[in-house]
Design a protein around this ligand. Structure first.
Ligand SMILES: Cc1cc2nc3c(=O)[nH]c(=O)nc-3n(C[C@H](O)[C@H](O)[C@H](O)COP(=O)(O)O)c2cc1C
Length: 210
């Protein structure tokens, strides 16, 4: 599966096939690919705790504002931000921006790679970090940034609607739109991957020609 298709087709999966664990080699492959994410100064400040024990998954689900469906996933990846080096090198901006962006790029790589090899995931951010730290014995200077549930999807999901390009894109200065310019309404093309690509390319070549 190419990147374009993975990006468009990936969905948050909250319902997993029971009794179908994710083979260790596949988890290894996903992490092996995800580690090529960009990071400020190439510091790669992510750490991952793999949780498959049911009792621990229950504790994490409780920490995640009682999102009980989380326990259904055969595996949880708790992705942490080991902020130390990024903070030392880039000070405040490193601590409060780069370190989180680095981990987020890594998380997105996991989601896309997992999808491309037939697995469902969900990025879970609604949790009490202190509770997660207690359950997993995460040290004080490390922050859990995301829990990723991962497993084989039990159902297919429709894509939640997306903003159109014209809703988030300006020309030259903030707030300006180009008259007569009709960027693609992305949701009309969901499922027509090639079509999105073709139109997306002409959209961007038009911007950068200026
Ligand atoms: C930072 C972040 C936190 C999220 N937290 C949760 C969460 O706690 N629980 C949940 O079910 N989904 C969570 N999601 C998933 C979003 O709800 C989902 O990505 C969004 O509705 C778009 O749907 P899609 O992923 O299927 O395209 C989170 C996503 C992100 C990026």
């Amino acid at each position: 599966m190419d990147v374009e298709q993975a990006v468009i087709e990936r969905r948050s999966v909250r319902n997993y096939l029971p009794d179908k664990p994710v083979p260790k080699e596949i988890v290894g492959k996903i992490l092996d690919i995800a580690r090529y994410a960009p990071s400020s100064g190439n510091l790669q400040n992510w750490k991952v705790i793999l949780v498959s024990d049911h009792a621990m998954k229950e504790e994490l689900a409780n920490a995640a504002l009682k999102q009980k469906w989380i326990t259904m996933a055969p595996l949880l990846l708790v992705v942490c931000n080991s902020v130390g080096d990024v903070k030392r090198l880039y000070k405040e901006r490193g601590e409060f921006l780069y370190s989180i962006q680095n981990v987020s790029a890594f998380v997105q790589n996991i989601l896309l790679t997992a999808h491309s090899i037939g697995l469902g995931t969900c990025w879970i951010g609604a949790f009490d970090p202190e509770a997660v730290k207690r359950v997993l014995r995460i040290p004080d200077d490390v922050e859990p940034e995301a829990i990723i549930s991962i497993g084989y999807a039990a159902e297919e999901f429709d894509a939640p609607s997306r903003k159109t390009i014209e809703q988030f894109c300006f020309f030259d200065i903030w707030g300006s739109s180009e008259k007569g310019f009709g960027p693609l309404p992305l949701q009309e093309h969901m499922g027509a991957v090639g079509e999105v690509s073709k139109k997306g390319k002409s959209f961007f070549s038009r911007i950068f020609k200026k």
